[in-house]
Design a protein around this ligand. Sequence first.
Ligand code: PLP
Length: 397
Amino acid sequence: MEVKPLSEAEIQAIRAETAGTAGRIHLNNAGASLPPDVVVKTMVDFLQEEAVHGGYETEAKYRAQLDHTHTLIAQLINASRDEIALTENASAAWDIAFNGLSFQPGDEVIVSEMEYVSNVLGLLNAQKQYGIVIKVIANDAAGMFPLHELEAAITNKTRLIAITHIASTAGNVLPVAAIGEVARKHHILFLLDACQSVGHVPVDVQAIGCDMLAVTGRKYLRGPRGSGFLYVRQSIQDKLQLNCFDGRTVTSVTQQDFVVRADARRFEWYEKNPALVLGLQKAVEYVLHIGIERVWQRIQMLADLLRQRLQAIEGVVIHDQGDVLCGIVTFSLTGIPVTEVKAKLATKNINVHIGLAPSTLYYMNRKELTGIVRASVHYYNTEEEIERVCQELRGLC
Ligand SMILES: Cc1ncc(COP(=O)(O)O)c(C=O)c1O
């Protein structure tokens, strides 16, 4: 499919609708992106209306619009609205799915080395609580996920494959559709951490074949902090144990029993911040309007440019490896602490982040990295911004 690149005029219009782009170069999109103005305005307006009319009354007025959020999210990832539950963040979404699996001693969970610390903690906790066995598949020397090792690791005890699509502190994209094919072939559940990938690369749950998927709102989706969602394939919803309940988890309750609702909203709390829900909805609408293929194309172009320019600076070591590289660019400067790089760039109104070893510990420990500079680009960044950042880095080196 031919993808039409975002034009200069479109980028300028997008930047004009993103207040944060005026005063700084934001390369911390893998931390939290700058939201479009409409996301912020929608939330502020909603909060003001709540303050004047009452929380329940305002919610009732916007009920249909709030409910539309599930539909738009489903559209973005090619799911059905009944397969979406809103959560506070990606960790909460991952936990609901993972802890719903009622493990038995000896059950095996296969993960990639790219797992985020929240997931690793969930795994270690299940190891302590149920005696599960964690099998970690490391990338090969070229930074590629070895599919044959995944196949070889599967036994009749394997309960789950849990993979991170794009890691917090590495620049490569894992081959999730191929991993999904392996999971399906062996009839093993597949939980995907898509925290860094939704809003960044095209994510299609049917093409990937994952059963559960965890996402946050504030990163590449450009949604509000404190928002996220969980996708659970319809056919496995009844297989997941529920660990949290409120009145909306069920369709009926008596003194003796209850009936759980028939959709994924059973995994979501009733009480949440509706302003954030609408903010997230606007962010999803925004990316749907632009088109995720165009977003991905531009991110790749900008990240390639950044890697090329960094490569030309003496003293810069780029850590990203693999055949598909994304908008997360990780590097260090020989002899200069990562904290100093971040602080110096901050004085020039340039936001980057430091990825520390514990956040992606299997990968960082294997690579013997304690911390790296992470410059994560989004489609609203520009070539001029990349040049300016590299100019500052050249000065530092
Ligand atoms: C790959 C990955 N997974 C999960 C998370 C956790 O997301 P949240 O902070 O929304 O719970 C992060 C956060 O940085 C992440 O990078």
